[in-house]
Design a binder for this molecule. Structure first.
Ligand code: PEP
Ligand code: MG
Length: 916
């Protein structure tokens, strides 16, 4: 039997369903699902992703069976619609759209009104009795086909759309402002002008044959899978390149057939806040692209959603259609058990659904929807935990403007305008007017706000680079709004008061001019735009849990956050600790749910105040006696630090690492600073410089550091552990329990650990005697060089715990310096030699394998060996999942990533259970 490449949907013959996303793409699978649910969907068919793969594997050709399957499906559409494709008296028009298994909004191509030519357009005019409408469709089709299929697009970043330019010239000549003022004669003229433009610029005739048009459009959609913006989008979102897109060919329904027609997009819940209400926008007498492209500012669907009293909601304009849409919203929301993003068209009073998919949402909405769907009995707690992306939680911890400063800015007249609040949070930066500039400025370390009339998929890299995005047109579902929301960017759209002049690189608002490089501030939560730089303040969650400046009951966000975290903690097996060197960091981490300190880098304490002087004195000392003198000065300082930490941690485990970095890091590297230091320390310059030269290392991260320091200078280890134990004893005497864990860095041989452990145990013994108390402590090691992992069974004879230092382990496994890798890393990512930065995400196949060996060998000697991770990977969700899989006991990460790690750990545990 021939392979099936085409799946029909609509009428009573639907062949696919929502489970077939890989084959039919998201759009195709969901159109089929809606048709199965009895929701009105215009009939059509989906050409599978298999064809896309075939297309690329066979020099952009199709499987031989495809043509017949497409023709058969097209016939069925003709039967249901009672029209014929290419029939001059009663033409069927179709749309041709992309649809990948994972949604890539706006990245690939679409052609509408396909099947029109000089003859069929007359049939359409007669059949509908509306010549204006028919030619409006025709001119849109020619422009869209010219752009998408024939490739007549703007060139260069300041160029305008050539079709748009022709349109503007015609409107100017006719003295009209709006597209809908164009009469049939003008529209006909526009078609001729567009075709001439194509002929002049491309040297080809516009194809009149509908069949040629159809195959041209199908080919263009498949080709758009590999256009630069789609590739960039996949790269940013980790979508595999070999997935391919499906193509959906569907009977056209028209939202531009007069005042009883409309088109819109809606969400089954509010995508910014998560509130359980129908939310969206629509345009009377328009085609779908008008809403998404943000050319005209659409009207709200709900009465409640209105901000402008002059706007007319769908609820008011077409109450019956609104009721039907509300019914479908509830049906879809429950059926899919998730918030849906739908597209619809109303053709002469009849509602048609064109698309449904899981909706993009802010972190605020994701959280609220997940929690409320549990309360509504739609989801289980476990499912709710799986619904929020751990990384999204960082957005909830993002700052807002400091209210006082904002009030002051308002009083000072800094308010410029108000748009729609598309992406919450506060951002401030310097104005740039195009995406390449945003990227370039940001790469110089500038904070920028990207200001555009509207954004297009080409702009995504620039949007990514910007702090915030501001557009003068478009609604909450415009490209800018969708993409910003997904990226977690602050975004204000549809700010109509802005008159943007790309060429002059400025915008004018109420007579005020803001130029490229000027500072502005965006409040993405309210939609306000200000001139100047407004300081920001922490998120509501931070104010409840850290600052205690907001009561829990005053914040919905906090309530939902607390619920989700409570559920997450119920499912996770991994412990979550924090990397903290100071009491205040430790208490922030505890507020976020940390269960201990996984890494206290003692060297960070050496930079506090004037302490560095004493550290330098220690380094410059000629002999052990001199070093001990300096160390004696450091001891009380370190001790106070440790006491502070123990007090905050109240008996939770505190892993303290002995000195790790090479000593030259504490000394200046250049002669000028060294000379200044020499004179301030009262030592001869020559002596200092000689020391600096003696300590110089070619690749310091592989040099005299980690346990190698303590082995050569045992007095350093002795001082540090004395400080730890004295602090521990004293705090324990205060009645506060303490649980120190002393960790030796960079161990590759068991004897290194043995050596340091001896020093530790001796000092412990002395201090306990002096203090007259005993403190329970343990000694362990970091596993951060390959030999440490490979000989973990030996090392575990001495070590009571392991902590993977994956920063150094990645460096040593790859043989690349963590400090220098930045110079070539981006080339590796661009050339796809690496899929991701291994310093950010654990390389499971390399570094990860060594970790596995370390775990297995370590536990083969000591079954109850406690194992954690304290490299940066400990707060990155996919790495947390890996740590769960290989059986670590805990992850440790920076304080603000603790909630992320808790959620990621819960998800890892749930996923594992679901697999079993
Ligand atoms: C590590 O190497 O992963 C680690 C935590 O130590 P540091 O980053 O301080 O070298
Ligand atoms: Mg390290």
């Amino acid at each position: 039997m021939a392979q099936k490449y085409v799946y029909f949907f609509g009428g009573d013959k639907t062949e696919g369903n929502a489970k077939m996303k890989m084959l039919l793409g998201g759009k195709g699978a969901n159109l089929a699902e809606m048709a199965n649910l009895g929701i009105p969907v215009p009939p059509g068919f989906t050409i599978t992703t298999e064809v896309c793969k075939y297309f690329y594997e066979h020099g952009e050709t199709y499987p031989p069976e495809l043509k017949e399957q497409v023709n058969d499906a097209l016939k069925r559409v003709e039967e249901i619609m009672g029209k014929k494709f290419g029939d001059p008296s009663n033409p069927l028009l179709v749309s041709v759209r992309s649809g990948a298994p994972i949604s890539m909004p706006g990245m690939m191509d679409t052609v509408l009104n396909l099947g029109l030519n000089d003859e069929t357009v007359r049939g359409l005019a007669e059949k509908t009795g509306d010549e204006r409408f028919a030619y409006d469709c025709y001119r849109r089709f020619v422009a869209m086909y010219g752009d998408v299929v024939l490739g007549l697009k703007p060139v260069g970043k300041d160029d305008v759309d050539p079709f748009e330019q022709v349109l503007e010239e015609l409107k100017h000549r006719k003295g009209i402002t709006y597209d809908n003022e164009l009469d049939p004669e003008s529209l006909k003229e526009l078609v001729t002008l567009y075709k001439k433009l194509i002929k002049d610029r491309l040297g080809i005739d516009f194809p009149d044959d509908p069949e040629e048009q159809l195959w041209g459009a199908i080919g263009a959609v498949f080709k758009s899978w590999n256009n630069p913006r789609a590739i960039a989008y996949r790269e940013l979102n980790d979508i595999p390149d070999d997935m391919g897109t499906a193509v959906n060919v569907q009977a056209m329904v028209f939202g531009n057939m007069g005042p009883d027609s409309a088109t819109g997009v809606a969400f089954t819940r509010n995508p910014a806040t998560g509130e359980n209400v129908l939310y969206g926008e629509y345009l009377i007498n328009a085609q779908g692209e008008d809403v998404v492209a943000g050319i005209r500012t659409p009207q709200p669907i709900n009465k409640a959603q209105k901000t402008d009293p002059d706007s007319v909601s769908l609820e008011e304009a077409m109450p019956e259609v609104y009721e039907e849409l509300e019914r479908i919203r509830k049906l879809l929301d429950r059926h899919y058990r998730d918030m849906q993003d739908v597209e619809f068209t109303i053709e002469r009073g009849k509602l048609w659904m064109l698309q449904t998919r899981s909706g993009k949402r802010t972190a605020f909405a994701a959280l609220r929807i997940a929690v409320e769907m549990v309360e509504e009995g739609i989801l289980t707690e476990e499912e709710a935990v799986m619904r929020v992306e751990p990384q999204q939680l960082t957005q909830l911890l993002r700052p807002t403007f400091d209210l006082k400063s904002k009030e002051k800015a308002l009083a000072d007249g800094a308010f410029l305008a108000k748009g729609l609040n598309a992406g919450p949070g506060a951002a401030t930066g310097r104005v740039v007017f195009n995406a390449p500039d945003a990227e370039e400025w940001a790469s110089r370390g500038e904070q920028v706000i990207l200001v555009r009339m509207e954004t297009s998929p080409e702009d995504i890299r620039g949007m990514h680079a910007a702090q915030g995005i501001l557009t003068s047109r478009g609604g909450m579902t415009s490209h800018a709004a969708l993409v910003a929301r997904q990226m977690g960017k602050v975004c204000v759209v549809g700010c109509g008061a802005l008159e943007i002049d790309y060429k002059k690189r400025q915008f004018t608002v109420n007579g005020r001019i803001v130029r490229e490089g000027d500072w502005i501030s965006l409040d993405g939560t309210t939609g306000e735009v200000f001139e100047g730089k407004i300081p920001t303040q922490p998120s509501e969650i931070v104010r409840v849990v850290v600052d205690k400046s907001l009561k829990p009951e005053e914040s919905i966000v906090y309530r939902n956050y607390a619920k989700l975290m409570e559920w997450a903690d119920r499912y996770r097996r991994l412990g979550v600790r924090t990397n903290a060197d100071k009491p205040d960091q430790a208490s922030v981490a505890i507020a976020f749910g940390a269960e201990g300190i996984g890494l206290c880098r003692t060297e960070h304490m050496f930079f506090e105040g004037r302490r560095i002087d004493t550290v330098r004195e220690m380094i410059l000392a000629d002999d052990q006696e001199g070093r001990e003198k300096a160390l004696a000065k450091l001891l009380p300082m370190q001790k106070e630090d440790f006491k502070g930490i123990f007090r905050v941690m109240k008996g939770l485990p505190v892993t303290i690492r002995t000195l790790d970095p090479p000593l030259h890091e504490f000394l200046p590297a250049d002669e000028k600073t060294a000379a200044e230091l020499a004179s301030s320390m009262g030592v001869p310059f020559e002596k200092l410089w000689a020391k600096i030269e003696a300590l110089h290392e070619a690749n310091p991260m592989l040099g005299h550091r980690g346990c190698r320091l303590g082995i050569v200078y045992p007095e350093i280890t002795a001082m540090q552990v004395r400080a730890i134990f004295e602090a521990a004893c004293e705090v324990q005497k205060e009645g506060i329990p303490v649980k120190p864990e002393i960790m030796i860095p960079l161990v590759g041989h068991v004897k290194e650990l043995e050596n340091q452990k001896k020093v530790i145990d001796e000092v412990a013994c002395q201090v306990f005697q002096e203090q007259g108390v005993h403190v329970v402590y343990s000694v362990g090691t970091m596993i951060e060089v390959p030999r440490g992992a490979i000989t973990a069974d030996e090392i575990a004879k001495e070590a009571e715990f392991f902590s993977f230092g994956t920063n150094d382990l990645t460096q040593t496994v790859y043989g690349i310096s963590r400090d220098d890798a930045g110079k070539f890393l981006h080339h590796y990512l661009e050339k796809e030699i690496w899929e991701y930065d291994p310093f950010e995400r654990i390389d499971r196949d390399g570094v990860g394998q060594l970790m596995k060996i370390g775990v297995e060998k370590g536990r083969s000697t000591r079954a109850d060996l406690k194992i954690g991770i304290c490299g940066e990977h400990g707060g990155e969700p996919t790495s947390v999942e890996f740590c769960h899989q290989i059986g670590l006991d805990y992850v440790s990460c920076s304080p603000y990533r603790v909630p992320v790690a808790r959620l990621a750990a819960a998800q890892a545990a749930i996923k594992e259970r679901l697999k079993a």
